[in-house]
Design a binder for this molecule. Structure first.
Ligand code: NAD
Length: 313
């Protein structure tokens, strides 16, 4: 039976991943940690501890006291926040990764480290974006994600650390709000649709990127960590996608349920430029072949489910 520590557990992904891990492996087996106190289900449904993931001693103690064999490392600064404060993004993303990799090496833990479509750059082929291709990211976030992929592979090759990761695309969910990324619009649009039947988008109508609905994102992380290592030709990090959305196409999906819904645009040049440097459609065949990745939600199923959960009764 696994014993797990999750860093950055109070964020958008952690608030979904932790309850699912507790369901699968037992509540007491999953220690949720974050630099801030998130409250709610995360702290009530099982053990929670404040841990600054950039502090190697604090991470090491948490892993040792919990007798963990697996760490899901979610603590990070995301793309848009990272462009506002690039030094903070470098410090948090790289120091915390170094800390968890060293702890994984010393205490022989398996490690999940999410990368991102942000690890690609303008030189990358955009449609389809191969699993193995040119990667020259232009944001500080992307630079930390690519460096993270390489560092995880290095720790695997050099020290045998079982570090695995996926390149998450934009993730849509209800509950904990997104943490300041370029794809946050695909969450905000649902909240505004339900409340005001109107949304002003910070990306252009035709800005196409890959997305996952949160249940598929959680499934991807857990399925990869459960995968038979002998089948993995790659480790860090697998392309995964379920759908390609533009603001225009998602607005059309929402109109199927809320016919009066209207979208207009007030484009933020910083986030638009980030979106333009990212893939339009990643090729996730390596994940499908090596660990049977298969998403459950397309744009129509996700839209129906989001609106069902967000609409007032
Ligand atoms: N959500 C997405 O669309 C998406 C897409 C691609 C990749 N990812 C990656 O997935 C991971 C989790 O993303 P998320 O969306 O949950 O992010 P988020 O911003 O919602 O949550 C991150 C959490 O990390 C915590 N944190 C920040 N600094 C910390 C520190 N020093 N020590 C401990 N905790 C700290 C924050 O308090 C927050 O709760 C990140 O690595 C992110 O880059 C997310």
């Amino acid at each position: 039976m696994k014993r797990i520590v999750v860093t950055g557990a109070g964020g958008q992904i952690g608030s979904w991943l932790v309850p699912r891990l507790r369901e699968l492996y037992g509540s007491s087996k999953v220690l949720a940690t974050d630099v801030r106190h998130p409250g709610g289900e995360l702290t009530q449904g099982g053990p929670f501890q404040i841990v600054d993931a950039t502090n190697p001693k604090a991470v090491g103690q948490a892993v040792m006291r919990h007798r963990a064999d697996t760490v899901y490392h979610l603590a990070a600064i995301l793309s848009a926040v990272g462009e506002r404060d690039p030094r903070l993004a470098w410090h948090v993303n790289m120091s915390s990764l170094e800390a968890v990799l060293e702890v994984a090496r010393e205490q022989r833990c398996a490690l999940f480290v999410p990368s991102s479509i942000g690890a690609f750059g303008s030189d990358t082929p955009k449609d389809p974006t191969p699993q193995d291709t040119i990667m020259r990211p232009e944001t500080m976030y992307g630079i930390t994600k690519l460096a993270g992929e390489l560092l995880c592979d290095y720790y695997h090759a050099r020290f045998g650390v079982d570090a695995r990761g996926v390149r998450f695309p934009g993730i849509v969910s209800f509950g904990a709000p997104p943490g300041g990324g370029t794809t946050d619009w695909a969450v905000d649009i649902f909240h505004k649709a339900v409340r005001h039947a109107r949304y002003t988008c910070f990306l252009r109508a035709d800005a196409q990127l890959d997305y996952l609905y949160m249940p598929d994102a959680v499934h991807a992380a857990i399925a990869l960590m459960e995968a038979d290592p002998s089948r993995l030709l790659h480790r860090n990090a697998f392309n995964v996608t379920a759908m390609q959305l533009t603001p225009e196409s998602l607005a059309a999906e929402i109109r199927e349920h809320i016919p009066a819904f209207e979208i207009d645009y007030d484009v933020d040049p910083v986030r638009q430029a980030i979106a333009e440097s990212w893939p339009r459609h990643v090729d996730d065949s390596a994940a499908r072949e090596e660990w049977a990745w298969a998403p459950s939600f397309d744009a129509a199923a996700m839209t129906a489910d989001m609106l069902e959960h967000l609409r007032p009764d």
